[in-house]
Design a protein around this ligand. Structure first.
Ligand code: GRF
Length: 189
């Protein structure tokens, strides 16, 4: 069976990207990483991906119309034969036009148990609310921020004395287990 070609978009350290790349190295992985792309030329995740021999693409959006920037990303993804886009810490909102062009084929990992805590500062908000449980969600990307159908979630406890940082570490470890598993399921649909 042909492996689904995945393009990963990131803006930073890329630990979720690394988890996806490592899982894709398994003989029975239903997906392969065809491109790792970033809006940040200096993203640590891009340096790591390039060192692995993966195809990488960087394009700063500075000084460009959003539509022109996205057209370049879109072309790079299509040139690489990408079928599924996996967002992994990509810190830009995709335009409605881009989402429409890739409808149902963009997924994202978000560090909360959606629909709770869309947007930023999820861990601090969960602690401030007195929640006993936090977690992460993989969801389909739609025009609504963090609003598309949830494909899978993982829970972790919030422990006494947790800070946003200590909780973030626990959630991140759960993300690294969840994202490859859900992407594999998505790629075999
Ligand atoms: C993760 O917390 C993820 O849930 C969020 O952005 C962060 C990315 O971290 N979307 P990394 O770059 O994958 O390490």
């Amino acid at each position: 069976m042909a492996r689904k070609k995945v393009g990963i978009l990131l803006s930073g350290r890329g630990s979720n990207m690394m988890a996806l790349v490592q899982a894709a190295q398994a003989n029975d992985s239903p997906y392969a990483i065809a491109l790792v792309a970033s809006d940040k030329l200096e993203a640590p995740g891009i340096a790591w991906a390039a060192a692995q021999g993966l195809s990488v693409f960087t394009q700063s959006p500075k000084g460009m119309a959003k539509s022109d920037y996205e057209a370049l990303i879109d072309a790079a993804l299509r040139d690489a034969g990408v079928e599924i886009i996996a967002l992994a810490g990509y810190m830009r909102l995709l335009s409605d036009a881009f989402v429409a062009r890739w409808r149902g084929r963009i997924i994202n990992i978000h560090p909360s148990l959606l629909p709770k805590y869309k947007g930023l500062d999820t861990h601090a908000r969960a602690i401030a609310a007195g929640d006993a449980v936090a977690g992460c969600s993989v969801h389909i990307v739609t025009e609504e921020l963090d609003g598309g159908a949830v494909l899978g979630q993982a829970e972790v406890p919030i422990l006494p004395g947790d800070t946003a940082d200590s909780l973030a570490d626990r959630v991140l470890a759960a993300e690294h287990r969840l994202y490859p598993r859900i992407l594999a399921e998505f790629a075999t649909q």
